[in-house]
Design a protein. Sequence first.
Length: 65
Amino acid sequence: MDEIIAYLPLILPILILQLVLAVIGLISLSKAQEVRGPKWMWILIIVLGNMVGSILYFVIGRRDV
């Protein structure tokens, strides 16, 4: 248990960043009129792909209208 507490200052910012990226990605996806591919696929990629999934959505999935 002490080992987990020792690493918490290193892990916590990454977990917060991952959560923020996922929430922003899902909000952006819900407001998007058009995306590349089906929306359900991007939901799975964002939720299950952790930080990489959210970044992929912003780089590849969004269409600039």
